[in-house]
Design a binder for this molecule. Structure first.
Ligand code: DSN
Length: 418
């Protein structure tokens, strides 16, 4: 077998990857769900375990030759359980969506009712949206935030649970800047005969180190992705009490997936190992400190934030009443080298392709070592760009300052082209 390098074999793909390395290095990545996985995580993911079929679970596979992939899966399971203080962990879901699907498939029948947070109030597609499998296979009803405080309206959650008697309540979000009260959700769910599923995809890193109340041991089951605040490879994870283990395992495989991605599971093991180290807790606190400084600075310069601030790693800028849409703001910031995403905000009058909001997150900036001083600078760049959305030349000037800042916080030094 010829063993040429990617660079020798495929200039186009190699070129796109080099360009992506440069993009990630020279822009401010502020998409709240993105991060920079460590060198060790990326190395573990780019390995020959991608070749191995391993349907089943460690010690009970449907293929021979699984001794080493068993080792990494056992390590990933044991570390995930320790990290989250969970009785059971299934590390095989390919994504957060599949982690959620595996829970639904374990405990719901088609047509059963899911109650989740409305997408436009910060929920997720897989929490019952009509365009996702979760809203096609199951019925759904949505709770949301209070119109005034923009915090979850727990009275409404209770009222809807009583009225509709959902089989499962989903507590979790992809755009909610405040603490989620899992205990209160549990009380409401159990009062009304529902299971509670917590989807901690965004806040998993904070939960792991105790900076957000944990859902483990409170919710019946918890799902997460592994690549957001948790800073691992892309992928999913399900955590639960031991007595649900069999059902969930059966639902992940053979229920909804075939062969697990063993190279990704190896990288998950590495990421969980990293998250168990003390410096990970310090990293998570810095994420929160950075988000707070960014929020304060943006509000001081006249921008409105949904709920008036943040408790976690993200903030939502409310552009209601401004000439500019979320889409226009995203484009202008992109030209200035600041990568964000437009986002619907609660009670948005604009559609999801346009929106009146911007979602900003600090996990990736914090991974590259940025702290409060840099957040102040970045808040200045953002307000300057939003005041000059129509001026290409002004956005270019900001971009140069962004590039300079990025150069002072280098990443991927080990990937320098030879
Ligand atoms: N796409 C993720 C996010 O950006 O929050 C959710 O799946």
């Amino acid at each position: 077998m010829e063993e040429k390098s990617l660079q020798q074999v495929d200039r186009e793909v190699y070129g796109a990857i080099r360009a992506e390395i440069d993009r990630e290095q020279s822009n401010l990545v502020m998409i709240a769900s993105e991060n920079y996985a460590s060198r060790a995580v990326i190395e573990a993911q780019a390995n020959v375990m991608t070749n191995k079929y391993a349907e089943g679970y460690p010690g009970a596979r449907y293929y021979g030759g699984c001794e080493y992939v068993d080792d990494v899966e056992n390590l990933a399971i044991e570390r995930a359980k320790r990290l989250f203080n969970s009785e059971h962990a299934n590390v095989q879901p390919h994504s957060g969506s599949q982690a959620n699907m595996s829970i639904y498939m374990s405990f719901l029948e088609p047509g059963d009712l899911i109650m989740g947070m409305s997408l436009s109030h910060g929920g997720h597609l897989t929490h019952g949206s009509s365009v996702s499998f979760s809203g096609k296979i199951y019925r759904s009803v949505f709770y949301g935030v209070d119109q005034k405080t923009k915090r979850i309206d727990y009275d409404l959650v209770r009222e809807l649970a009583k009225k509709h008697r959902p089989k499962i309540i989903v507590a979790g979000s992809s755009a909610y800047p405040r603490v989620i009260d899992f205990q209160l959700f549990r009380d409401i769910a159990h009062e009304n005969g529902a299971y509670l599923m917590a989807d901690i995809a965004h806040i998993a890193g904070l939960v792991a180190v105790g900076l957000h109340p944990s859902s483990i041991g409170v919710a019946d089951f918890t799902s997460t992705t592994t690549h957001k605040t948790l800073r691992g490879p892309r992928g999913g994870l399900v955590l639960s009490q031991g007595d649900y283990a069999k059902k969930i395992d059966k639902s992940v495989f053979p229920g909804i997936q075939g062969g697990p991605l063993m190279h990704v599971i190896a990288a998950k093991a590495v990421a969980f190992g990293e998250a168990l180290r003390p410096d990970f807790a310090e990293y998570q606190s810095q994420i929160i400190r950075n988000a707070r400084v960014l929020a304060d600075e943006l509000m001081n310069s006249g921008l409105d934030l949904v709920s008036g601030g943040t408790d976690n790693h993200l903030l939502l800028v409310d552009l209601t009443g401004k000439e500019m849409t979320g889409q226009e703001a995203e484009t202008a910031l992109g030209k200035a080298g600041i990568v964000v995403n437009k986002n619907t905000i609660p009670f948005d009058t604009r559609g999801p392709r346009v929106t009146s909001g911007l979602r900003l997150g600090t996990p990736a900036l914090t991974s590259r070592g940025m702290k409060e001083a840099e957040m102040k600078l970045i808040a200045g760049f953002i307000t300057d760009a939003l005041e000059n959305t129509g001026s290409e030349s002004h956005l270019n000037i900001i971009r140069k300052s962004v590039n300079d800042l990025c150069r002072s916080f280098p990443i991927y030094q080990y990937l320098k082209e030879e």
